[in-house]
Structure formats: C-alpha cells, structure tokens
Design a protein. Structure first.
Length: 306
C-alpha cells in the first residue's frame, strides 16, 4: 500500500482491512529519491513474505496537482519508474500473483477532450503537465502486463472527504469548508457554470477494491484495465456553492478572481464509465452528506490547531 497516509490511501487501507486483507503500508521518505526507492523496495519485500496468495500493490500516492511544476512531476515519475523496475524483476511466481492498481486522474487526463461526457473510449487530452505525467505513469505501468503482472488503472474524478491535505491547492469542497471555519475567503478562478464530478473518498475506495477483486477472479489476462471512477453525477460550481450555503446557513467565503492556471481547467468534466459497469451499481453518498462530514472533520482540525 503506497500513499497510505493520504486522503485516498487511508480510505483504501481501511477498506482493504475491512475485507480481511493483510495490509503493509509503505513508509516512504519521499524527500530523497534514493531513500524513497529503498523504502518502496523494503515494503515490497515485506508484502511478498506475508503469504502465498494473491498480492496487491495499491499506488495511491502523489503530491502533484494541476499547478505542480514540471520538475516536481519528473521527480515523482522517476521514483515510480524505479519501483516498477523492482516489481518487474520479481520472480515469475510473484509477478503472476500480483495485481497493481494505480490511482490516476480523470480530470487531468481528459481536461482538453471534447464532447463530454467522457468515457474510457475518449482519447486522453491533458492541458497541464500534471495530466501528461499521469499518462506517462499509466504507460509505464501498462508495460508490467508484459511480464504477467495484472495492471489496473483508475482514472478518478474529483475526490473529496475527511482528511484531505489542506496545504495542497486542491479540493474545492475542502477549501470551502476551511474558508468557512477560518473566515478567510478563497479565490475561485473558473466560471460558476464549470461542471465537476465529485466522488466521496469511501465510495472511491470501495470501487477500487471491487476492481481489484474482480481482476483476481478473471482467468484470462486481457492486459491492462483502465476504468473511470466517478459518481457519474455532475455538479456546477454554482450548485455546489448553493448547497454549501444551505449547509453553512451563510454564503460561502468566495472571491471570484482570475489565474493563469484557469486555462488548464476544463469547463465540462462529465464522466460515463463503460468498463465493468457493475462496479458503478451502488448507492453513493449524497453530496450534502459528504460535504457535511467533510466540514465536521475540518472544523475539528481547525479548532484543535487553535
């Protein structure tokens, strides 16, 4: 389990444990590429000795966002590529029992695509280096299928929920909740009719584990599987602000502004997944409920910090 301390990683770890899996969280010193490579190799060695059954590598790590500089993304890719080399050098028996899931970004990959809603059949069209980096990572991982590793790629929509890193310039829902509790307005740099698909983190984690379990049940190996993970219900920024006004009992603290990064943001990011549609047949947490628990978590964190 790589990235177990992040928003998605924690939820996937909890979901895995709830399903009876033995979880080995990788403790990685990301600040130094050499140290990171050693830590990832050590975690893989530990996972290989936990049992003879199926082995799962769940990569939910990544510090990049839309505005992340190219050099930072390149450093992340270098560490990822080095780890893939280690996985490829495992013995044939270990490779054949391994399923590798990578958390990619639907927004980053499809930001420049036309004719929404976007599906897995839509040609990727990133607008920012972040999206290009995600595609590079996907392509690098896909090559592991040539050595019998089962490859899964989840292109995830706008994920939100309790525990998001508030220091990263992402997560509109979390940032709006933070602004509510700190009385510090945030800037919104896109049009209010911008459409986004918000998926609650626990729903996302459950879908990821459903993907992994489904792949392990397949007898034949058809190569890498790419699936969009989304609620498939889009909400405009204006609708989101209205919902938060209802929850907060006051208008969200927002300042409409401009930014050079706005051109890297798509106006319409609606998604329709056509791969393994049975995984999408579930009751998703409602936006109101998801915002409510996210706001409660951030309120507690803000009060604790004080």
């Amino acid at each position: 389990m790589v990235g177990a301390r992040g928003l998605l990683g924690r939820a996937v770890l909890q979901e895995s444990a709830a399903r009876g899996a033995i979880v080995v969280p990788a403790r990685v010193r990301w600040s130094d590429p050499d140290d990171a490579a050693k830590d990832l190799s050590a975690a893989l060695d530990e996972a290989r000795t936990t049992g003879a059954g199926p082995m799962r590598i769940l990569w939910c790590a990544g510090a990049g966002v839309t505005a992340t500089p190219q050099e930072v993304l390149d450093a992340e890719l270098a560490v990822f590529d080095a780890f893939l080399d280690v996985v490829a050098r495992m013995g044939a028996e270990d490779r054949s029992r391994t399923t590798f899931f990578y958390a990619s970004s639907a927004g980053g990959v499809y930001a420049g695509a036309s004719e929404p809603p976007f599906s897995e059949a839509t040609s990727p069209s990133p607008l920012a280096p972040y999206g290009h980096a995600k595609l590079q990572a996907e392509a690098a991982l896909a090559r592991l299928s040539d050595v019998d590793v089962h490859v899964l790629i989840g292109r995830i929509a706008n994920i939100y929920g309790p525990g998001q890193d508030l220091g990263k310039p992402q997560g509109l829902i979390s940032q709006l909740c933070l602004a509510h509790h700190t009385a510090r307005p945030i800037g919104v740099y896109v049009s209010l009719d911008t459409l986004r698909d918000y998926v609650f983190v626990d729903d996302c984690a459950a879908m990821i584990m459903d993907m992994v379990e489904r792949r392990e049940q397949l007898v034949d190996d058809s190569g890498p599987v790419i699936k969009i993970i989304a609620s498939q219900q889009s909400v405009s920024i204006a609708m989101l602000l209205g919902e938060m006004r209802r929850i907060f009992k006051r208008a969200p603290r927002v300042v409409l502004a401009s930014s050079p990064h706005a051109r890297q943001q798509a106006r319409d990011l609606r998604f329709r997944s056509t791969i393994w549609p049975e995984i999408d047949r579930r009751v998703f947490r409602t936006l109101a409920s998801g915002v409510g628990v996210t706001d409660e978590d951030i309120g507690l964190r803000v009060r604790s910090a004080r």
